[in-house]
Design a protein around this ligand. Structure first.
Ligand code: NDP
Length: 458
């Protein structure tokens, strides 16, 4: 895939970029290693001050940064602003909490292990490569960069080829804020150039957010090199609605859960399991909500959601819908490719989806919901867990015992009761099965790329 800004609203190529040459890559790797030696010796206070300064720059440049995001990948200007300010908040969170997350621990009395003193320390490991996607071009990167830099690691960002200007902005942000040159840099390369970077001895670990295919190839390279990896891959998250739920609230949230970011979110709800007692009422309200979505110019405040980010994502989305309809699914809303320029796709609802249809198992990264009727909480859990993915889930019930039943049994990295799945700097984020491994955010996220060092003294 060429490295280029192609405006998804018009399909127009605005700017193309040459991939970095081997010499430029060498300079970046050497710069990262040199910066690491200095950064690892700085204090949390110093790094926190630089991190807060970087957050201040983001806030000050919010309008232009948000416009860049909307131009490069098509999300509405309102959601782009929200993403950029959320990124600044995440940076401040780690500036404030990294020292506490990585504080020295004394897990046992020294005498219990025959020592006079014993402790566990969290120390940086070196340069971490971050392979990131286009769907949240700032937040996905910051949730890696903020903890990594606060831990004393240096970072190299290989961003998606469709958001090169966001990538270049992020590649200079931290140095502008005071971090040493080389502490956080961008490489402009395509996906195929990632494995040789992982082979380089100066890269100590790698994190990837993206598709299962890309994750598998990164994990393979990391495994071959005995390097730590964290993978945050896709999901086919469930949205379960039980009879005790507030159906109007569930339907409204269910629509948002599916169309957020034009449906291009790993934690978007994709499979809706609705109890038969409330199925018809939910379907009616949900379909009405999906039909009411205004799809259009992402710079227009009246727009609910903009185009899909790339022509390929729209093609993939429509193929899944066409496959399902050809095999007998009922189309309740959307499903037609609009005329005109841009990669727009309507809010789409499918019913009567069966296991022969690709969308039954595959992740659909567009605004397409599949509604299923279930007879019981047990059936909802069984069908939720019948998936290759396990990222998160949303359950709607006002019955506490029922909520506990789902919390215990859903196989996923998260269960959100009466709310949409979301990411918070304060809470761990990640999945199981094909959704990946390791965790981002919170104390868990910052510890992923540290050396957990045992110190024992006789
Ligand atoms: P990819 O997984 O291809 O892209 C994500 C990142 O991985 C990009 O930086 C990409 O670089 C890079 N990459 C691609 N192939 C490789 C590889 N073999 N080795 C190392 N890095 C690689 O996602 P797409 O953009 O193609 O989207 C396809 C699907 O992926 C979506 O439909 C969705 O299902 C899933 N996805 C999930 C995301 C999530 O949040 N979990 C985010 C984005 C996509 P480059 O752009 O240069 O190819």
């Amino acid at each position: 895939m060429a490295i280029a800004t192609i405006n998804p609203t018009t399909g127009e190529t605005l700017e193309t970029f040459e991939p970095h040459t081997p010499e430029q890559l060498e300079e970046i790797l050497a710069g990262a290693e040199a910066a690491y030696r200095g950064l690892a010796d700085t204090t949390f206070e110093q790094r926190g001050a630089w991190m807060r300064a970087a957050a201040d720059i983001l806030d000050a440049e919010l309008d232009e940064v948000a416009a860049l995001v909307t131009t490069e990948m098509g999300k509405t200007i309102g959601t782009a602003k929200y993403e950029v300010s959320k990124s600044a908040r995440g940076m401040r969170w780690y500036a404030d909490h990294a020292a506490e997350y990585l504080a020295e621990e004394h897990p046992v009395a020294a005498g219990d292990v025959g020592a006079s003193a014993v402790s566990v320390r969290y120390q940086p490991i070196g340069t971490v490569l971050a392979v990131m996607p286009w769907n949240y071009p700032f937040w996905q990167v910051i949730r890696f960069a903020a903890p990594a830099l606060m831990a004393g690691n240096t970072g190299i960002l290989k961003h998606a080829s469709s958001v090169p200007q966001s990538a270049l902005y992020l590649g200079s942000l931290f140095e502008r804020a005071g971090f040493p040159a080389g502490a956080f840099q961008t490489v402009l390369v395509e996906g195929g150039a990632v494995a040789p970077l992982i082979d380089d001895r100066r890269i100590r670990a790698v994190t990837l957010t993206g598709s299962v295919g890309a994750g598998s190839s990164v994990a393979e390279a990391a495994g071959r090199n005995i390097k730590k990896s964290v993978l945050e891959l896709g999901g086919t998250d469930v949205f379960v609605v039980m009879p005790s739920a507030d159906i109007a609230a569930a339907a409204a949230a269910g629509v948002n859960a599916r169309v957020q970011n034009s449906g291009q979110s790993c934690i978007a709800a994709k499979r809706y399991y609705v109890h038969t007692d409330v199925y018809d009422a939910f379907e009616e309200a949900f379909v009405a909500g999906m039909r009411a979505q205004v799809v259009g110019d992402p710079f227009d405040e009246a727009t609910s959601f903009g185009p899909l980010a790339t022509e390929q994502v729209r093609r993939d989305t429509h193929e899944l819908v066409e496959d399902a309809v050809a095999k007998g699914a009922t189309l309740l809303a959307g499903g037609e490719l609009p005329e005109g320029p841009g990669w727009f796709y309507p809010a789409t609802v499918l019913r009567d989806v069966t296991p022969e249809m690709r969308i039954f198992r595959e992740e659909c990264f567009g605004p397409v919901a599949c509604l299923y009727r279930v007879a019981s909480a047990e059936e909802a859990v069984e069908r939720s867990n019948d998936s290759d993915f396990g990222l998160s889930s949303s359950v709607w019930t006002r019955d506490d015992e029922e909520a506990a039943f789902f919390q215990d049994r859903i196989e996923a990295g998260g269960v959100f009761v009466n709310g949409l799945t979301a990411s918070f700097p304060q809470l761990p984020f990640g999945g199981i099965k094909d959704s990946g491994y390791g965790r981002e955010l919170s104390a868990f996220g910052i510890r992923e790329f540290t050396n957990v060092k045992t110190v024992w003294r006789a």
